[in-house]
Design a binder for this molecule. Structure first.
Ligand code: MF3
Ligand code: CO
Ligand code: CO
Length: 255
């Protein structure tokens, strides 16, 4: 194990795969509307990834059956796309895409809304995005990985939300889940120090109510809030550079 410091060649490959995963999230946007099934969205994403010469990393991963995760409302993460899950007005959902391109992994997710969404839901989504951005701002050589989670947790708490601690960010790039583990709730100056050439995800899951997750006994994957209140998530794949960070899954020049 240990944290892999990526070579220039590996970084170029991870960047390409990351951009493709990010493009898939943009591509799917126009199909997210009332009445469509999450399996329809999964099929669109599957075809998009294949057409671009890549493969979906989740398909067959530990027995996971689909090409992305789609997590609605009270689902925290790992929602399995289904013909029976039909989007309805007011839903919020996360779509999480991981690509393998030329052997390299890129992992990203974002929130979508269906029709008219409550003010409460919008506030949760906005706060979760800001949590991700505060985490990203902690990325620079010499800083402890724990300061990412420390920044996220502090802000979520101020806004009255809780941070999911049972699922974490992770090293990514030459494998799907590498070291280090990136906790979204952590103590200041805890964990290993960041070094140029590390690549990992930050993917905070923020809950309206309790932090706890329960995994569906039937399908073994779907993680829901214990109180059925809403949960939101955003994810980027990040490279530690000599001076700070590069958001490898950014295709909008946001960072
Ligand atoms: N993409 C998810 C992540 O961010 C992992 C999904 S694993 C799966 O780490 F098997 F559930 F698809
Ligand atoms: Co991830
Ligand atoms: Co992901």
């Amino acid at each position: 194990m240990g944290i892999i410091i990526k070579s220039k060649e590996q970084i170029d490959g991870i960047r390409k795969s990351s951009k493709l995963a990010a493009q898939a999230l943009i591509y799917i946007e126009e199909f997210v509307k009332e009445g469509v099934s999450t399996e329809f969205l999964n099929q669109k994403i599957h075809d998009f990834i294949i057409e671009h010469g890549a493969t979906p990393a989740t398909l067959g991963y530990g027995g996971y059956p689909k090409s992305c995760c789609i997590s609605l409302n009270e689902v925290i993460c790992h929602g399995i796309p289904s013909e029976d899950t039909i989007l309805k007005n007011g839903d919020i959902l996360n779509i999480d895409v991981t690509t393998i391109l030329d052997g390299y992994y890129g992992d990203t997710s974002k929130m979508y809304t269906v029709g008219e969404v409550s003010e409460d839901a919008l506030r949760l989504i906005e706060t979760t995005k800001h949590c991700l951005d505060l985490g990203i701002q902690q990325v620079r050589p010499g800083n402890h990985v724990g300061n990412i989670g420390f920044a996220i947790q502090r802000y979520a708490k101020v806004k009255g939300y809780s941070v999911v601690y049972e699922f974490c960010g992770h090293g990514v790039g030459v494998d799907f889940h590498e070291d280090p583990q990136v906790d979204h709730a952590a103590r200041r100056n805890s964990g290993p120090k960041l070094q140029p050439g590390m690549t990992f995800t930050i993917e905070p899951m923020i809950n309206q109510g309790k932090a706890r997750a329960k995994v569906d006994k039937q399908d073994g994957w779907t993680a829901r809030t214990v109180d059925n209140k809403l949960s939101a998530q955003f994810e980027h794949t990040i490279l530690v550079t000599e001076t700070g960070y590069e958001v490898l899954t950014d295709v909008s020049d946001e960072y």
